[in-house]
Ligand binder design. Structure first.
Ligand code: ZN
Length: 545
């Protein structure tokens, strides 16, 4: 009986489609009412599939079982950090075009520190604003899908939410609205760039002090111990603070305060709170309620903090992924109920992957280590002193650039090109540095075809980058710490990220193994929305199944 019904259904759909074919407008489905763009900060693609058997039926598996997913999606730029990734996603462009070359960088001419979303002309609403807090997209040089959408469809709304200011501001583009978590109060705030006062729904959300609900909450492993046999046990000597579960939030504190609110973001409850705020935004802004398509971007920050502290190979990270998966399932089901199953398209990606902890990599037989940046600078300056006389010739490491003291070079009549080339050679002598190219080489493209050159060109910007750019060897990081790990390389563990789509009316299910790029997402969404791709986009629409 079921088969007959299904057969009948197919015939009916066939007849309907044949009828529709007479009207050209019906060839493409109309635009989704809402695009829900989810980012998991610091999620390597392998973590999505490693625990597939332990995922909930309707969290990440919604994409794997019933959506479209790309098994070889990569970033193409070399310095894979949060701001650079978040700027690329909805602009479809890498840092050489977006101008967001890192989370922070130094002006190569003045040495002045610049924060990716810093803008002293603006302040947080109802909150203290520190010098390097992110308050506007001033440094973002290009438009996003949302900017184009709002230009073409003024009734459309673009809202971006994140635990981190850069995770909200960069996807929001120039004309969307960003809300970010304030770790002093446990609230989400926007800035004066976007508005003078929060709308009522934001005030209502905070009136019940939702962050305080998680005070003294326990983070307990979700599954029985045996489920974690494929990840590294707690309390490895290279773990940062508190490397074990269970853990009580706000342990030893009498009441919620800034320390509690700050640590909340490093537990699954940080993402839970962010998703609660996203639900409030959907209701408050009536996202997906009318025919003008809206975009909601939600960047979940916690996984990045967990992976920094313990590595993606840890049981803590494994458990965090499972916790996140359950939060996503609840959120997706709420979307079905509030926005409507066939009204929205869901996308999930990450801003970068993660490098295993160097000390762990060593146990796996890899050449790995930690390069101390200030020690590297001291050694390089010693080397340069032999050639050019005593002095701090290399002043700063800015992102993955060395910045030279051009003033000193001018004073001592040292040829800048000679000094730059000597710096490049000394950089290559540093333990952990794999390749180094000069500003002139990156600008002219003269080393095209050499290892990582093109990825480094995409990460490089003429006005913002320094004199010599470098990339680290695999399994090496740069930093003064002795625990945990990071990301920021052109290597597979950092570039390989999930790109997952779900939305039955627009996306056929299936796995695509062709290599695709993160910058392909923006033109794909533009096509779904029926609008031109952002003007600086360098990707092409994804080969959806
Ligand atoms: Zn990070």
């Amino acid at each position: 009986m079921k088969t007959i019904l299904r057969g009948l259904k197919t015939v009916l759909i066939g007849l309907l489609l044949a009828g529709c074919a007479l009207q050209p407008a019906a060839q493409a489905p109309s635009a989704p009412k809402l695009i829900v763009f989810m980012v998991v900060d610091g999620l390597p693609q392998h973590q999505v599939v490693d625990y597939r058997d332990q995922l909930a039926p309707d969290g990440l598996r919604r994409f794997l079982d019933r959506g479209a997913w790309f098994s070889e999606a990569h970033y193409g730029h070399a310095f894979t950090v949060t701001a650079a990734g978040h700027a690329a996603m909805l602009t479809g462009a890498y840092p050489h075009r977006t101008g967001i070359i890192g989370n922070e960088w130094r002006d190569p001419a003045t040495g002045e520190l610049e924060y990716c979303t810093g803008d002293t002309a603006h302040t947080y609403i109802g909150h203290r604003t520190a010098k390097f807090d992110g308050t506007s997209p001033r440094n973002l040089k290009v438009e996003t899908v949302g900017d184009v959408l709002k230009r073409m469809s003024p009734a459309s709304k673009v809202i971006a939410i994140s635990g981190k200011d850069r995770g909200a501001i960069l996807p929001a583009g120039k004309t969307g609205t960003a809300y970010m978590y304030m770790s002093e109060t446990g609230q989400f705030a926007s800035s004066t760039y976007y508005m003078r006062e929060h709308p009522a729904w934001v005030k209502d959300f905070h009136a019940t002090r939702p962050a305080d609900r998680y005070f003294h909450a326990d983070w307990k492993p979700l599954l029985a111990e045996a489920a974690y046999s494929r990840s590294l046990p707690d309390n490895q000597k290279w773990y940062a603070r508190g490397g074990s579960l269970p853990r009580k939030l706000g342990e030893g504190m009498d009441q919620p305060g800034p320390l509690f609110y700050a640590t909340l973001l490093a537990s699954p409850y940080g993402d839970a709170l962010t998703l609660d705020f996203a639900r409030a935004a959907i209701r408050g802004e009536q996202l997906g309620a009318d025919d003008a398509p809206d975009i909601l971007s939600v960047s979940l920050s916690t996984h990045d903090y967990v992976n920094h502290a313990y590595g993606a190979e840890s049981r803590l990270s494994h458990d965090h992924l499972l916790q996140l998966d359950r939060l996503l399932q609840a959120f997706f089901r709420d979307l079905d109920a509030t926005v409507g199953k066939d009204s929205y398209v869901l996308v999930l990606t990450a801003d970068h992957g993660f490098m295993p902890v160097p000390e762990y990599s060593r146990t796996q037989g890899h050449d790995s280590g930690r390069l101390n940046g200030s020690q590297a600078l001291a050694r390089m300056n010693q080397g340069l002193a032999g050639q050019f006389g005593a002095g701090s010739w290399v002043k700063y490491i800015s992102g993955r650039s060395f910045i030279l003291d051009r003033k000193l070079a001018a004073e001592r009549a040292v040829d800048l090109a000679t000094l730059t080339e000597a710096t490049r050679r000394l950089a290559l002598a540093e333990p952990g540095i794999l390749v180094a190219y000069t500003h002139a080489e990156l600008e002219s493209g003269s080393r095209k075809g050499q290892p990582y050159f093109e990825a480094m060109q995409k990460a490089w910007n003429r006005e913002l980058s320094g004199d010599v750019d470098f990339a680290l060897k695999p399994y090496w990081l740069i930093g003064s710490g002795t625990t945990g790990t990071t990301h920021g390389s052109p290597h597979r563990y950092d570039t390989h990220v999930p790109i997952l789509f779900y939305g039955p009316a627009w996306v056929r299910p299936g796995r695509v193994d062709a290599r695709v790029e993160e910058v392909d997402i923006a033109p794909t969404l533009s096509r779904m929305l029926g609008i031109p791709a952002p003007s600086a986009a360098e990707g092409k629409p994804l080969p959806l199944p």
